[in-house]
Design a protein around this ligand. Structure first.
Ligand SMILES: CC(C)(COP(=O)(O)OP(=O)(O)OC[C@H]1O[C@@H](n2cnc3c(N)ncnc32)[C@H](O)[C@@H]1OP(=O)(O)O)[C@@H](O)C(=O)NCCC(=O)NCCS
Length: 216
């Protein structure tokens, strides 16, 4: 069964959150066999050049099916943000052989990234205040922490979905330790300060981050 992991929890009374993770091992034909796409998503699928992306796209639909949704329950806004038609919040991410989604009563975003050395090179593009607590001496931990920071910023970006947000200038991840598996961050953009709580888990050499918006 390629459903790799599920996480269910409630952060406050009356709310539930579910995270599902699919390990993409099947060929495209198998993944697409029992999935009917709505016309808009079929058009998006037709435009995808990478087979990996196509398989991830169908893996997400398999995960939706497990929660009782079909592709006809999912739409995208003009920026590409996914929306569910029952009012629950959804966020999607895929990377290499993993596809994941989070469905929640709370405002949330998710990101999965492979831990790679390459992140050290691109870090100056997305990190700024975080240099105050990052230590490049221990390279393995440095890569793991940078991957968390990247995932937090992607998750927050997916929540706010606003043009002009800079990962480096507007989103700040506060000091954390890998063992904490959680932390806080904020987005300071257009004179508004929004707080976020995030959690992360490491699976193989991937980091899965999910964040919740704490205030309006
Ligand atoms: C949109 C973005 C967040 C997607 O992230 P990614 O790491 O490329 O890809 P992921 O697999 O994690 O996420 C892709 C999913 O995000 C969702 N998504 C796409 N655009 C979105 C948006 N504007 N808002 C929220 N979710 C979005 C979609 O569900 C998509 O999957 P699907 O199309 O198969 O359904 C990213 O490409 C982006 O634009 N980031 C901001 C730009 C930026 O500042 N980059 C860093 C500068 S250093």
């Amino acid at each position: 069964m390629p459903l790799h992991k599920t996480i269910n929890f409630s952060r406050s009374v009356g709310t539930t959150t579910e995270i599902l993770l699919w390990k993409i091992t099947e060929p495209l034909a198998e993944l697409s066999a029992e999935v009917t796409l709505n016309p808009k998503n079929q058009a998006r699928f037709n435009g995808m050049k990478s087979e990996l992306h196509q398989r991830a796209f169908f893996s997400v639909r398999k995960l939706l099916q497990l929660k009782g949704y079909t592709d006809f329950d999912l739409e995208y806004d003009k920026f590409g943000k996914p929306l569910l038609n029952d009012g629950k919040h959804i966020s999607i991410s895929h990377s290499h052989e993993y596809a994941t989604l989070i469905i929640s009563d709370e405002i949330t975003g998710i990101d999965i990234e492979m831990q790679r050395e390459k992140i050290i090179k691109i870090a100056p593009k997305f990190a700024e205040k975080e240099w105050e607590f990052l230590d490049s001496e221990n390279q393995q931990e440095y890569i793991r922490k940078l991957t968390v920071i990247w995932g937090v910023k992607e998750s927050i970006f997916k929540i706010r979905n606003k043009a002009g947000i800079s990962f480096k200038d507007h989103i700040h991840v506060h000091p954390f330790e890998i063992k904490d598996q959680s932390g806080t961050a904020n987005l300071h953009f257009q004179n508004k300060l929004i707080q976020f709580k995030y959690h992360f888990i490491e699976i193989d050499n991937f980091t899965l981050v999910y964040a919740f918006q704490q205030n309006q």
